[in-house]
Each structure stands twice: as C-alpha cells, then as structure tokens.
Design a protein around this ligand. Structure first.
Ligand code: SAM
Length: 281
C-alpha cells in the first residue's frame, strides 16, 4: 500500500504516504491499521478513519483533558469513554489531584495495538495504579455504573458503527446520571466545516439535559478541513468562565509541560468563529 486514502466525504479525501505498514487486520469490532508516515510518525486508523498520529496527537489529547480538568475546581474521579489508544488517559493522569481515571473502551484489540505500537503515546498509562481500564460499551457503562465522576471525556470514533451510540440523547443523559454535581462532560464532536449537523445536534441534546451546552475549538492537522469542535456540557455555567488567573495558578501547581495547552489557549478556545457560533446557537 503506497498511499493510505481517507475518504472523508463523497467528494473529499486525504492521502498519507505509507512508508511502512506495521499492522493491518481486524480487531473483532473494527478494521485497524498502524503504519509509518515520514512526517506524522505512527498513524492509527480504525475503519479507514485516521484516529491519531504521533506528530499531532498532543493537540487533541491535551485539549480534551486539560480544559475540563483545569476548569473543574477539584476533580477527583474522571471517566474516559473510548480512548483506546491511551493518549487521553496519559494526559489525564498528569493531574496529581485525580485519584482515579476509569477508561471504558469497547474494543480490546485497540488497547492491544496501543500497547504494542503506541507506547510513546500512552507511556504505559494503562498500567498506572490510578488507571481503571474496563473493556465494554461506554453507553452500557454509563447507564449502569454506580460510580460517579467529576469529568467525563468522550474520546469516541465518529458517529458511525460502534461510536454512533455515543452521540445519542440517551447516552448523554446517562453521562449526566453518573456525573457529580457541577461535573463537566466533553466530547469529540468532529470538524464543523464537514460535520455541521453533528455539532448542532450534540449541543441541542446537551442543552436539554444541562444548564449549559457549548463547544470549544482546536486545530488538529490530521483531522482535515479546518478546526475541530469539542462539546462541553455542565450544570455549572461559571466553569466555562474560569478566570485566567485561576487557570494559570492550577496549571503552574500541576507542574507538567504541554505542547499545545496553555491557560490563554484554554480561554481562547471557547471564542468561536461565526460559522461555528451559528452551529452552536
Ligand atoms: N482521538 C480519536 C478521534 O478523535 O477520532 C479517537 C480515539 S479512540 C481510537 C476512539 C475509540 O472509541 C476507539 O478505540 C473505539 O474502539 C472506541 N469506541 C467506539 N465506540 C465505542 C463505544 N460504544 N464504547 C466504548 N468505546 C468505543
């Protein structure tokens, strides 16, 4: 395979040169590929959609983890739905105040691939004593768990196949069910330029369940065709306005380095370009 082609839409695709195929096969739930690209390093593809690349994974994983975890005053327990590559888990565990991060990944094959090929991404996070890996459907987990979480991060695939249920009203309702008062839900919500309806629908569903439904934006080079939206839902509207000075204090106290996240970028990410603002309403 000389080039990997990601068909984004009926009329759009992107191609990544394949320097070396490291894995190609089925996981039981999805087809999976791991290959090397000279510029992006290792690339993880599931069902022919680019999930993460070593070169730009830091953007998405830092911003999905640190925005809610620094906005929340004192997160103790966090939940990740999906995230089988372990990149988000590794970022969340950098927060010393977190007693436990539960990660519910549907596909054990993805976790096996992550351990075999993406150690530089997850740094062995699955073996961290504060990590609690559960293999199962995230929608079922949030409907049944007795556990409660201060921050819920939905690091899902797109709303097709096994990931589809993670965009449903029932799933969001059950996320709220297992959140502590004042908890924050953040979601992978696609590239608004390509998937506008997905964002509008998630925000509408958030607002039917929470006092606040909003979005923030990031720029991930391999999520092609513009900025990516992350959904934000909480009953405590003040959390989205956490003062810069407080974010700076928490970031300094946490004491870890980043490549994308800064307190200023955190605040600025909620400033939406008009075309995204209109989708969010
Ligand atoms: N960062 C990537 C992105 O933005 O597209 C997604 C990373 S991660 C690889 C997505 C994970 O969601 C996959 O490992 C997939 O198996 C998992 N997933 C899909 N549907 C799921 C479900 N219903 N419950 C739990 N995990 C699910």
């Amino acid at each position: 395979m000389d080039w990997f082609t990601e068909i984004l839409h009926a009329d759009l695709a992107q191609q990544l040169k394949v320097k070396q195929v490291l894995y190609e096969g089925g996981t039981g739930f999805q087809t999976a590929r791991v290959f090397l690209n000279d510029r992006l390093g290792k690339v993880l593809v599931l069902d022919d959609v680019v999930q993460t690349t070593m070169a730009d994974e830091f953007v998405y994983h830092e911003m999905m983890a640190h925005v809610p975890l620094f906005a929340h005053p004192a997160p103790k327990r966090a939940l990740i739905i999906g995230g089988g590559d372990g990149g988000l888990l590794e970022e969340a565990l950098k927060h010393p105040g977190l007693e436990q991060v539960t990660i519910v990944e549907l596909d054990p094959g993805v976790v096996e691939l992550a351990k075999a090929y993406f150690h530089e991404l997850n740094q062995g996070a699955f073996d961290n004593p504060r990590a609690n890996l559960i293999i199962g459907d995230g929608a079922k987990f949030v409907a049944e768990t007795e556990d409660r979480f201060d921050v819920v991060m939905v690091d899902s695939t797109d709303p097709h196949g096994p990931g589809e249920i993670l965009f449903s009203e029932a799933f969001y309702r059950n996320c709220k069910r297992c959140m502590t008062p004042g908890g924050i839900l953040v979601t992978q919500n696609g590239v608004p330029f390509l998937q506008p309806e997905e964002l509008t629908q998630s925000i509408e569903r958030f607002r039917a369940l929470f006092n606040e439904g909003a979005a923030y934006v990031i720029t991930v080079p391999t999520y092609a065709f513009g900025m990516m939206a992350l959904g934000w839902a909480t009953d405590d509207a003040a959390l989205r306005q956490t003062p810069l000075s407080l974010l700076e204090k928490r970031f300094a106290k946490a004491g870890f380095d980043t490549q994308y996240y800064t307190p200023e970028v955190h605040r600025a990410a909620f400033a939406l370009p008009m075309y995204v603002k209109r989708l969010v309403g």
